[in-house]
Design a protein around this ligand. Structure first.
Ligand code: MRU
Length: 347
């Protein structure tokens, strides 16, 4: 399995697969300018909650490696300004601010050192964030596989696989581990309107990794569940509130309501970097609103609706805790109410 985001350590660059072009073209972006990194995150060249955090951390290092400041206070000021700028690229996934804040705190801890020592500390921290993601996603896979039986038919929404992290992903990690264990699974991938992360990315990476996959339109999940053809739902998430409400790609809430109606377990896979202990409930989560053209034009040969029609295009919705059977984390399987117990250790 190849990585989605990484650091070119010789040239101090952020590298990532350009997901806007998948599945038809695999191209790699190599970035070191703040504006280019911001644009790559904003336009979903790099996307998925863990991946945007890692890209921002590596990107912040790549930008700061090129700062000309020779004195620590000036360097820190420029670093903080760049971190704030990158953090504004997308509001919903907490991993972005989590990773950038780790980088800024690293610089703060080393503020009495020389600029070149601070740069070295930032490089090490970005590489740690990168390698931690691989280990954390692997753990999510190892815990999550305990919820899967050989022959399961699993529904997933959006893309919470390798392309949404460095490797393995979150919701797809248990599926990859199950495959390694010799399980035969079938995955149904919601196409995920309007940006088609399910059709373009999930179907692509699952098929490329030898997982039997069927693509469905978002409005087909109900009929599959009604016919008893889904054994479990696995999704990722972008921000979990302290009460266990979870924001994920628009359409996740509908899938959760269906799963409850038809008695299908609904699992949310998330590293602790996605839990926002400062956010009391899902009502406090800022939902990104995106451009109308994503709905009316982006994946059509020509605009497919009336020019005057209004468009509602929130990128995420919030699934209330009571619809979530369990969270699959790197620390184990937790009921939504159990998240609070981890506050002291992670907040
Ligand atoms: O807008 P996107 O494509 O970045 O949204 C991604 C999702 O909603 C994913 O399901 C979520 O980030 C979980 S990723 C492991």
């Amino acid at each position: 399995m190849t990585d989605t985001v990484w650091m070119d350590t010789e040239n101090d660059l952020l590298c990532c697969i350009d997901q806007r072009k998948l599945p038809n073209e695999t191209t790699v972006l190599s970035l070191s300018k703040a504006e280019d990194i911001y644009f790559a995150i904003k336009t979903l060249a790099v996307r998925g909650a863990p991946a945007i955090g890692i890209a921002a951390a590596i990107g912040l290092y790549a930008v700061s490696a090129r700062f000309h400041e020779t004195e620590s206070a000036g360097f820190f000021y420029a670093l903080k300004k760049t971190a704030d700028y990158l953090n504004a690229a997308r509001p919903t996934a907490v991993n972005l601010s989590w990773a950038l804040s780790r980088m800024v705190k690293t610089a703060e801890r080393n503020i009495d050192k020389s600029v070149s020592e601070i740069k070295a500390a930032l490089k090490a921290e970005a590489l740690t964030i990168y390698s931690e993601d691989i280990a954390v996603c692997r753990k999510i896979g190892e815990y999550g596989v305990g919820l899967i039986k050989d022959g399961y038919r699993i529904l997933t929404h959006c893309n919470a696989g390798a392309l949404a992290a460095v490797r393995y992903g979150t919701a797809l990690a248990p599926i990859y581990v199950a495959k390694e264990m010799g399980f035969t699974l079938h995955v149904f991938a919601d196409e995920t309107r309007p940006l088609l992360q399910g059709a373009r990315l999930t179907a692509y990476e699952l098929c490329a990794n030898g997982i039997d996959t069927t693509l469905i339109c978002d409005n087909m999940a109900a009929s599959l569940m009604q016919k008893g053809q889904i054994d479990a739902v696995f999704v990722g998430c972008d921000r979990v509130a302290l009460n266990g409400d979870a924001a994920n790609k628009i359409g996740t809430l509908g899938v959760a309501v269906l799963a409850k109606t038809f008695g299908v377990p609904f699992y949310v896979c998330a590293p602790f970097s996605t839990v926002d202990f400062a956010c009391p409930t899902g009502a406090n989560i800022v939902i990104e609103q995106r451009a109308p053209e994503e709905v009316t034009e982006l994946h059509y040969k020509q605009r497919m609706t009336h020019p005057k029609v209004k468009v509602y295009n929130p990128a995420f919705d919030v699934t209330p805790a009571e619809y979530i059977t369990a969270f699959v984390t790197e620390k184990g399987i937790l009921k939504p109410a159990e998240l609070r117990n981890y506050k002291e250790r992670h907040a």
